[in-house]
Design a protein around this ligand. Sequence first.
Ligand code: NDP
Length: 491
Amino acid sequence: MAEIDRAGGTPAVPGDWTYAPAPESRDIVHLRDRYGLFIGGRWVEAAESYETISPSTEETLAVIGQASAENVDEAVAAARTAFADGWSSLAGSERAKYLFRIARILQERAREFAVLESLNGGKPIKESRDVDIPLAAAHFFYYAGWADKLEYAFPNRTPKPVGVAGQIIPWNFPLLMLAWKIAPALACGNTVVLKPAETTPLTALLFCDVLRQAELPPGVVNIVTGDGRTGAALVENDDVDKIAFTGSTEVGKAIQRRLAGSGKKLTLELGGKAANIVFDDCALDQAVEGIVNGIYFNQGHVCCAGSRLFAQESIYEPLVEKLKHRLETLRVGDPLDKNTDVGAINSAMQLEKIKELVESGREEGAEIYQPACRLPEKGYWFAPTVFTNVAQSYRIAQEEIFGPVLSVLTFRTPDEALEKANNTPYGLSAGVWTEKGSRILWMAQRLRAGVVWANTYNRFDPTSPFGGYKESGFGREGGLHGLEPYLRFDE
Ligand code: NDP
């Protein structure tokens, strides 16, 4: 803590407000040196392997199996056997018991998962502790509740499981994306083969231990680690009935092309370039908090990040000034420090991509602002960044940066805000800041976005469906809508 200033007999006040380090202990996490693939309830060695690191220190954490196409086929076969051997015909109330157990175990082991998530992914511990892990448990609780009520969810229809679901998830919310995928699939009576992202496999591998504790029958959930080749092998496997993918638009399109005409079900949750629209009648300080949460949460590695800020011209100057002031207070650094607001960039590759797009912003003529902050020497870091003077045609206003970089644009009327906000190939999310309820509804009806937040941003709830329009993908995850992709209704 800073030195206390006692000059002149005045009351003691801190001389400076810097925070003392408050690191969360790593001791709760017990990593193995190497991990195999989790197939049919057993650990299977992969022929090839790679190292997974901590992006904040670049230290190696463990050696991970690179699943081959044969391994993937084996996992799909295990899932098929488990599906046929009882899981699909188990009473919904029995399936629910497993899901409730998984949810409770995640809660019991929450600190362990939070530390591991921050270690492997680079996100601040206060986010993994307060957002990722509690929400992952909440998804299992929520879908456990639906497992024996599917007939009520879809009255006068006969919901049946689809079969084996192949699930491919990204690195920005590793355990949460796993929960979004596995919980509804199991609730509906499917079995799954899930591939975590190459850079963040560790919480998915720890989750296998939760499955063991919950005594889930072997083969109901299989985890195959590896890079994009493993994901491609899962898509290629003819015995998979459904693919659920979250990741880049580019890979999503390739998967859609591959599955066209195959009859397999597909949901795609892809990128975004969300508009966060601030009207002059809003509570400005509250909006500033929402803007910061919208783009710097999880280093901006968020598909629904509010990466385009639209400020009404009349408040542009005070808003940008307040925003810059607020940026100065963000603490960038050790993800395991409980005071950290912005952690490490997930990988060297992602850091390169962010740098390249930021450079294009400078070259195209935007004005860059970054608060003074000292970045650690080791690891992958990028300072919170705001671009002003941005034209709609600039790459930083069009392309998904997936980093802590905000582009500020302006508008005069609601119509203009709407037109500019919808001027994007994406359509995942949007934010509206105004005190007028009627304006919120007017905007929400016209914004081409799957989620519209009003006077808040980046709020998630398992009961609420999430998904996109246009190049942000199709299908919904969460809520009642999230059951449908895992069911068929033929008689
Ligand atoms: P990808 O789309 O490549 O990765 C998402 C998942 O798909 C990962 O598990 C990946 O494996 C896997 N994958 C990669 N190639 C294939 C393939 N041909 N067939 C099947 N599965 C595949 O995203 P990146 O991690 O490369 O990130 C690139 C950009 O994508 C980011 O900069 C960001 O803009 C965007 N993105 C968007 C996300 C979102 O939530 N909408 C999430 C992540 C990224 P592996 O990790 O091994 O490559």
